[in-house]
Design a protein around this ligand. Structure first.
Ligand code: NAD
Ligand code: DAU
Length: 351
């Protein structure tokens, strides 16, 4: 039986990963460590309540004592580090917490794993640390070309700078100590349980309430969207078969300008929810500072080496996502009450 230490497993991608893994693999154990920040939500894990293969621990990845204690208690085969501050707009307002969690937390996780897995001059066999990173570390593309694993890191936002820095520590541990690692760098995810500060759930939620739909700048910034389950599958495959010390880009060649995404959601909701939802709700607002223009992933390496491919086409994934939010109104109401209202008022004031 393989034992996983998953961090950030109550957040959007982390919870989807935990659910995916427990469905896919019968004989595994997952210890799920999450601080439960505004973005972490135990409701995301309701489906696996009572499943003895899953143990939830509320802890901060920066907490040396708490994380070392877990390594003393369990013989982990894999560490999958999802935990992070993940929202670019928040990083522009308050960068410090991004350094603490994304850089400091990653180094703490690396140190704890390195100490626990040490054996002789090297490390116990079969162990791996997988850092869940992002295509944003590469910076921004012009009209042509794609991010490859060899593309130099050129982050622009405080968020992407913190993720790039974490990636460099991961590689430094590999190069200095021979510590077993992989890094995955995925494009924009969408799907169930995404917190409505991010474009897709925010637009769905606002449109349902006939609130303005804020589109930054000219709406022509391009993101490369991947259904979250396809990302989870990639992480599982890299953990299992990724070559030691390698980076794998993950993306499905699904580039869309933001305004296309917004119009698509309007069209879908008008068809299946409320026919009075229309494009008059769109409001072009002040652009994000330092807004990266275009992301686009070249996923050839993970396809060639590991046989990964995306299974959910965008047209299907976006409908599955909209249907999930329509069916989970209580989830949305709970996560948008309280602190979210203050966040939204502050973030979009004057916009
Ligand atoms: P999220 O914000 O939805 O979830 C982050 C989770 O981490 C939350 O459950 C939160 O409580 C937890 N967390 C935050 N700080 C913590 C700390 N100090 N200790 C323990 N737990 C902590 O983020 P997400 O969108 O699910 O992203 C997960 C990971 O995937 C991040 O590392 C992110 O950089 C990366 N990523 C995200 C995307 C995307 O499109 N969302 C794409 C590529 C990579
Ligand atoms: O590319 C991977 C990254 O994708 C991840 O590393 C990040 O954790 C994740 O948050 C996401 O970053 P983005 O900044 O691309 O995602 P976001 O949903 O915030 O924005 C998507 C695009 O939509 C971006 O060009 C900004 C724009 N946008 C966003 C919001 C919230 C708007 O036009 N209006 C909005 O209100």
């Amino acid at each position: 039986m393989k034992t996983y230490l998953v961090t950030g497993g109550a957040g959007f991608i982390g919870s989807n990963f935990v659910l995916y893994m427990l469905k896919k693999h019968k004989d595994i154990k997952i210890v799920n460590v999450d601080k439960l920040t505004y973005a972490g939500n135990l409701e995301n894990l309701k489906e696996i309540e009572g499943d003895e293969r899953h143990v939830f621990v509320q802890a901060d990845i920066c907490d040396r004592e708490a994380i070392s204690k877990l390594f003393a208690e369990y013989d982990f085969d894999y560490v999958i580090n999802f935990a992070a501050e993940s929202h670019v707009d928040r990083s522009i307002k308050n960068p410090e917490i991004f350094v603490d969690t994304n850089v400091g937390g990653t180094v703490n996780m690396l140190q704890c794993a390195k100490n626990a897995w040490a054996e002789g001059e090297g490390f116990k066999a079969g162990k791996k640390y997988l850092q869940v990173s992002t295509d944003e570390v590469y910076g921004s593309l012009g009209d042509d070309g794609f991010f490859m694993e060899t593309t130099p890191l050129c982050p622009h936002s405080p968020y992407s700078a913190s993720k790039a820095s974490a990636d460099m520590f991961v590689m430094a541990f590999h190069d200095t100590y021979g510590f077993p690692v992989n890094i995955t760098r995925c494009s924009n995810n969408y799907g169930p349980y995404q917190f409505p500060e991010k474009l897709i759930p925010l637009i769905i939620n606002n449109a349902k309430q006939k609130k303005a739909l804020p589109v930054y700048g000219d709406g022509m910034n391009v993101r490369d969207w991947l259904y979250v389950e396809d990302h989870c599958k990639a992480i599982d495959m890299v953990a299992e078969n990724g070559r030691d010390g390698e980076v794998y880009n993950v993306g499905g060649h699904n580039e869309r300008p933001n305004i296309f995404i917004v119009k698509k959601i309007i069209e879908s909701l008008a068809g299946k929810y409320d026919k009075t939802i229309d494009e008059s709700l769109i409001k072009y607002v002040e652009d994000r500072k330092g807004h990266d223009r275009r992301y686009g992933i070249d996923p050839q390496k993970i396809k060639d080496e590991l046989g990964w491919y995306p299974e959910t086409p965008f047209e299907k994934g976006i409908e599955l996502t909209i249907d999930w939010y329509l069916a989970n109104t209580e989830w949305m109401e709970r996560v948008t009450s309280g602190a979210y209202q203050n966040y939204y008022a502050d973030m979009y004031k004057g916009k």
